[in-house]
Ligand binder design. Sequence first.
Ligand code: GLN
Length: 547
Amino acid sequence: MTKHIFVTGGVASSLGKGLTAASLGRLLKQRGLRVVIQKLDPYINVDPGTLNPFEHGEVFVTDDGGETDLDLGHYERFIDENLTRDSNATTGSIYSTVLAAERRGDYLGRTVQVIPHITDEIKRRISALASDDMDVVITEVGGTVGDIEILPFLEAIRQFRLDAGRDNVCYVHVTLVPYIAPSGEHKTKPTQHSVIELRSRGIQPDAIVCRSDEPIGSDLSRKIANLSSVPVEAVVNAPDAGSLYEVPLMMHDEGLDAVICDLLQIDAGPPDLTEWIELNRKVEAATNPVRIGLIGKYVNLVDAYLSVVESLKHAGIQLGADVEIDWIQAEDVEGLLTEDRLRNLDGIVIPGGFGERGVEGKIAAAGYARENDVPCLGLCLGLQCMTIEYGRNVLALERAHSSEFEPSTPHPVIDLMDSQRGVTDLGGTMRLGAYVAQLQPSSQVAEMYGEEVVSERHRHRYEFNPRYRSQYDDNDFVCSGESPDGRLVEFIELKSHPFWVATQAHPEFKSRPTRPAPLFLGFMEAALQRAEGRNPQLLTVDATTDA
Ligand code: GLN
């Protein structure tokens, strides 16, 4: 029988419910259990695909092409499993299923209501993940208790315990224990109120994860335990951590996984944390400074590039580099070029994006990197900008552009494929999810991947225009990876540059802390070399430390 863990949150958003779910998942996996995680999102959008990253952070893409909440990225990175679109359900997607059934006449004319129809559909989504080969399903409920939108979800997970049996379901509530400076104390009242709110929906938490800035001490844990009717060992403190990857170890030290296994009567040995402890040791040891400029549009909300930033960190951890990210507003790049600010960077990343704003800055940054031997990694829109730059400045294709940004360009070097023309439904035209690419033998990318057939996730509409292939191919520019039928360009690189490499895909979605994405690793290696070249004392310092 599959066991279910529900993770809810109270007091404030952004407390790290996702990280709690992900950390717990990892701990249970290390106990030899098969674990899957899902997120229930109370907003009305059918999926996060059309949400503005300014507001919502990045859209995470799964192998099967699901456009999902960024928390799925945390889940995948922590439990090291590929999830599917079924791991993310929104109010919008649940209603659209129910409404489609209503239109088909499946309800035989009965009144369709939140309870039972919406709640049943929520329960069906939860049960769908509980396949025979799954030991534990962890379900994170987005939002906080007390939100209007969350009520059907709380009702569904309350009922779920009645359906699945007491010993098969437990509830973990994540709350905030704020520090109030004038009184010099951590306060438990918000946690108490949030537990009362949860209880008013019929859910008594089995464990409480208290987020705080500093450790809260056992007196407060006892008080919270008492007032919330939870055993004191089930009150777990998670103070702010130096690195995300400390969180599972912290939760284990606090006994969260042991408490859950007891509650759910899971008979599993202690977790094998060797790999995770080694990861944390490497995080501590990663001290060689390297400065990466991220040329983005959404630089005020760092979550908009969450997977890119994590992938850079993964590569840094592996290579002993302490990655400092310089957030560069793409619209400012032309100004920065005159100030020569890009000179102090060891590497430049041009990430994905939609819409014209900042595109010229990204193109300018690509040109700067090309001419000055700065390692440059282009991701999706990044590949497109680098292709445009090379077209304009090396191949003299005047006003070369992407038809996404300038429909009347004389040289649409980036264009829609014929099959996509004329389609206007924004939900239906993207190339989404995992696609295989064939790499050119002995190219830079083939060396980095160590194989010639690779699969990466995609999320874009436009492509390298095949009409321009031969002009590009005749030069230093190499289309080093393409779709198996040879129609689509998937990777580009320059023969004469230390690292000017881009992909039409988003390799950041597959990077894991213990297995960095090959392209990021190669990029970081090149950036470290440049850092050492710019800062020869780095090498000397290393040599002295070694001796
Ligand atoms: N806007 C570009 C396209 O749709 C790039 C998309 C992206 O970077 N994810 O092709």
